[in-house]
Ligand binder design. Sequence first.
Ligand code: UT7
Length: 332
Amino acid sequence: MKSIGFLGVGHYVPETIVKNDDFVARGLDTSDEWIVSRTGIRERRVAAENEATSDLAVKAAEAALKNAGVSPSEIDLIVLATSTPDHLAFPSTAAIVQHRLGVPMVPAFDVSAACSGFNYALTVAHQFCLSGAAKKVLVIAADCLSKIVNWDDRSTCILFGDGAGAVVLGEVAPGFGLLSSDLHANGAEATSLIIPDGGTRQPITPEIIAARTNKIAMNGKAVFKLAVSVVGPSIELALKSAGLTIDDLDLLIPHQANYRIVEAARERLGIRENQVFMNLDKYGNTSAASIPIALSEAVSTGVLKPGMILALTGFGAGFTWGTNIVKWGVGK
Ligand code: UT7
């Protein structure tokens, strides 16, 4: 079997920084102390009014292509994970990005799996590469949660941020790259984290806009418990299917939602604090983008080194969750 791995990584976050105290200044009943102690978030990036998900995605993809030394003309598939497409339903954000990057008229499609979107997109792209249907794939995860959050709901608006991360997948030396994946969904928990209205179940009306039920609604406690219960087992399952154990794991890059969720998983797995890469304090929860943004920073800061065994673990609305195990490096 061919080995498929990461030829390059990149990310982009919008310029505007919203600090915890900015919410207080806007009159929201919260505090920096509450947000930091309950979540670990200190600030997040917010897209400009005229900036959409594809704008972030294009910049992250350009950075990943440059990092890989791969030109847009070599890409033969784009898989883009997002829950915040430029346009409701169609066209796909992937198609918009394909045109703007100057990638040839190859297949390009969106994947919807909320905060697990990068794991889902990566796994789909991996399968295309393994089957020979694609050779070099651009996998992008981009989200603009600021556009779908209710800025007056203190239980959600302080959590989320905007950003994009991207990777170029292709053939690497034997034994390197993606080793296994573990993906799950449990629709019984669909309402725990949901945009209740504005879709085909309940199309938009003036009443919905007034009630803001077309914005994120979350049962924070339920999501917290679900996340804590699935992250550890998913990592263990993915390691097992790669023929590895927790002792082989060098670095975990988890979805950056809440440091307390990650701490609970870390303790369960019995791994050290310095084996977990976190940048949640700077960006908040950027949904599908959080893992590739962290991956890009782990590479650029030298934390992630060739030969390391890496776990990428996502969880979020659906409820969806999953892990990809990677032997980092191209092995050249
Ligand atoms: O990508 C996956 C997406 N989501 C997540 O991973 C989120 C998972 N859940 C969480 O991270 C946590 O549940 C939260 C951070 C959202 C909330 O933390 P918590 O410790 O579960 O707090 P809580 O919801 O039980 O609320 C405790 C109190 C409540 O007040 P009362 O009822 O005790 O008087 C809330 O109204 O804190 C209040 N509260 C706040 N206070 C100040 C809720 N949000 C805020 C806030 N500032 N921003």
